[in-house]
Each structure stands twice: as C-alpha cells, then as structure tokens.
Ligand binder design. Structure first.
Ligand code: NAD
Length: 382
C-alpha cells in the first residue's frame, strides 16, 4: 500500500506529518512510503534522513503524482481544495482538517469518495491517547505562548535581588487550564512568575495547585463541567460574574495567557476592552483562542494589536513555531492512527468495529459523516 507525505504549503506551516522515525515504522509495517523532497526541511528533517529510513523521495510534485498514486496521504494542515482533487476515489487522508474552516475542501473530499480522517475528531478515550494530536500540539502552544510573552514583556519574569535592589516577580494570569493552559502555568512558574488561573471546571483546581499556580475560585453554584470532562458553554450571566471576579487580577497582571475554549463553540469572551484598558502599559496578552473568536475582545488572529500600551497577540498556529518537536509528536500521533486503520498492509475503515474510526471519519463513501460539518455545508449551499 502506497503512502504519500507531501510538503506542507499552507502559509506558516512548518510541520510535517511523518518524520524519519515514523517512516521507518511505516515501512517496517510493509507500507511503501513516498516523501515529497523538502517536506521535512522547515522542521529540520533532511531528505537523506527520510531516504535512510526507507522512503522514496519525490522531486517537484507540482503535478500531484504523489497524491494521485497514494492509497493514504499524511498531512498536517488541511489540503487546499485543488490538492484534495488530486486524491483518487477510495483513498484515505489523515490530517488536522479543521472542517468548519475548510468547507470547500470537505465538499471536494466527499465528492471524490475520499475517506478523510480528522485528527481533531478522534474521541479522547484512554485507548486513543497516543493519537491525541490536540493535546500534543496544545501543550507546545501553551509552552511557547509563555515564552512569547516573556520575550515581549518589558520586565523580568522571576524575582531578582540585585545590587541595585529587588525586582518583584511578574504576575501572570492564565485563562483556561486545559492542556495548553496547564503547560503555560508550568512554564511561567519555571520562569519564576506568580501565576493565577481561571477555569470553570472545578476539577482542574488540584492540577493548577500541583503546578504551583493559584486557582481563582468562582463562587457560582453552576459548574462548567460538561460531557466527557470538557467545558460547556456558559450563559452570559455566568461569564459577566466571572469577568467581575478576574478583573482586578487581570488589571494588575504583566501577562495574560488566554486559552479558554469550549469545543465546537465560539471561545468565551473573558477580557473585554475595559479590562485591557485597566492593564498597565507594557503588559502583554497572548490569546491562543484567537482562531475561535478570541478570549480578548481586541484580539485579531495572527496580528499584533497595541491598545493603550498593552500588546495583544493572537497566534493561531504556535505549534508550527517549534516545528521539530511539534512534528515529532504529531507524526507519532499519526502513526498510532495508521496502526489503527491499516491491517495486513491494507486500509480497513470500519466505523462499526472501531470507536476511533467512527469518530475520526469526516468523509467516507461519498458522504460527510461528521454531523456538525454536514449541517454547515447544507447551510453554506442554501
Ligand atoms: P479546550 O482547549 O477545549 O479548553 C481549554 C480550557 O478552557 C478547558 O480547561 C476549559 O475548561 C476552559 N474554559 C472553557 N470556558 C472557560 C471560561 N469561561 N473560563 C475559563 N476557562 C474556560 O480543552 P483541552 O485542553 O483540549 O482539554 C480539556 C480537558 O479535556 C483536559 O484538561 C482533560 O480533562 C480532557 N482531556 C482528556 C483526554 C483523554 O484522553 N481522556 C485528553 C486530553 C484532554
């Protein structure tokens, strides 16, 4: 069975879906892997390393021979619609497909009879943890968000005692203590900051405290714990009360790392304009929810906004700014899914037999199987 790993072409995408390490394992499993020349270049994996791992290198695949030949294509970012048209009917595609932002690609994939498996739709069950690309990439984003804030800040993070006197530690507020938020807490603590955290799931309080962060209690009767341990969407009254409680802490923060998200919904608005205006000039907000509407009212995706001296950054793909380790982990997540869907060297995509396949299959047999995406496509047509 032929597997193809194309070079990522989306602006800013420096990751690659297979590394020499995973290619070696794919070929050991009897798969014939072709890698587009230069696919690993931005993540510092050389063509020679892929060749040594057993891959065939394909030079200059502008015409799409690699895509057209493959039974399985491994991607990071969603393919452009014209890339999707190169896949043959019955072929499979694995990637972070962000279906709601790429409806045209989804439509083409379904129309061509491609079986597209979206990494972000894999159910977060214990058995599927090795495939959890949302976690592996969010962890990098949380780490990097703190480093970005530290670089942009006009102050030290740690407490410093110098001959010229003492510098107090920076204050960091982390909004949302999921995978990215917890990594942000750990990183900010390692740099010596004082860290306060707001989340609506009471279960994370203990995790935050075990990392040395201070959890901001929300005395509301309602909790934000939803299905499967995820957050649920809170009403405006709850969010208003939450904003009142965090206001003073954000106002005196040097850096805010915002990671609060609710699966499938717009990110909650936690830092309105007035809160930014209460912060000191020189403070920095890094809003990792920028791609889903942002936690801060003034965030612009992938732009830098300066408001009253406060810098607001809205990076949507921070994992790609650390492409070597991001690719190493992502490629392992992909490899685990390949092991799930390939049996005896052939694709076996049976939603009845695998909860993972049932969840991840975005398109299959000419249909869009993911109900919210199918709904959006219908809305887009009418
Ligand atoms: P996410 O990116 O969807 O959300 C990030 C965080 O934002 C969550 O902690 C959420 O509670 C929080 N949030 C939502 N609304 C908020 C608000 N108004 N104010 C403050 N915070 C708010 O979440 P994620 O990082 O992908 O994962 C969330 C959780 O899912 C994990 O912490 C874990 O419990 C669970 N999980 C389970 C597995 C598994 O394999 N079983 C794997 C990964 C994650």
């Amino acid at each position: 069975m032929k597997v193809f790993v194309p070079k990522e072409r989306r602006t800013g995408e420096a990751r690659v879906a297979a590394t020499p390490e995973t290619v070696k394992k794919l070929t050991a499993a009897g798969l014939a892997v072709t890698v587009e020349a230069g696919a690993g270049e931005a993540a510092h994996f050389t063509d020679a390393a892929y060749r040594d791992a057993g891959a065939t290198l394909l030079e200059g695949d502008g015409g799409g021979a690699g895509w057209g030949d493959a039974a399985l294509v491994l991607k990071v970012a969603p393919p452009a619609p014209e890339e999707a048209t190169r896949l043959t009917s019955g072929a499979a595609l694995i990637g972070l497909l962000a279906p709601h932002q790429n409806l045209e690609t989804v439509r083409v994939l379904a129309e061509r009879g491609v079986s597209a498996l979206a990494m972000e739709l894999i159910p977060r069950i214990t058995r599927a943890q090795p495939m959890d690309a949302l976690s592996s990439q969010a962890s990098i984003a949380g780490y990097k968000a703190v480093l970005v804030a530290a670089v942009r800040l006009d102050r030290y993070f740690p407490l410093l005692m110098t001959a010229a006197g003492t510098i107090p530690p920076s204050r960091v507020v982390v909004m949302g203590a999921g995978v990215a938020g917890l990594q942000a807490v750990a990183t900010a603590k390692r740099l010596g900051a004082v860290v306060e955290v707001s989340d609506i799931r009471p279960a994370v309080k203990e995790q935050v405290e075990s990392l040395g962060g201070k959890f901001i209690d929300l005395p509301m009767a309602e909790t934000g714990e939803g299905a499967g341990g995820y957050a649920r969407e809170m009403g405006e009254d709850f969010l208003r009360r939450q904003r009142e409680i965090v206001h003073q802490r954000v106002a005196r923060a040097d850096a805010v790392i915002a990671t609060a998200q609710v699966p499938g919904k717009r990110a909650p608005l936690l830092v309105p304009r007035a809160m930014v205006e209460a912060m000191r000039p020189g403070a920095v907000i890094v809003d990792l929810a920028a791609g889903d509407g942002g936690n801060c009212e003034l965030t612009r995706p992938d732009e830098e906004v300066v408001h009253g001296g406060v810098t607001i950054l809205g990076p949507t793909n921070l994992a790609a700014s650390m492409p070597h380790d991001a690719s190493t982990l992502y490629a392992r997540n992909v490899l685990a899914l390949v092991h799930e869907v390939v049996t005896d060297g052939a694709l076996k995509l049976d939603p009845e037999a695998s909860e993972v396949v049932a969840g991840a299959l975005l398109t299959h047999g000419g249909e869009v199987r993911h109900a919210p995406t199918a709904e959006r496509l219908r809305e887009a047509v009418t």
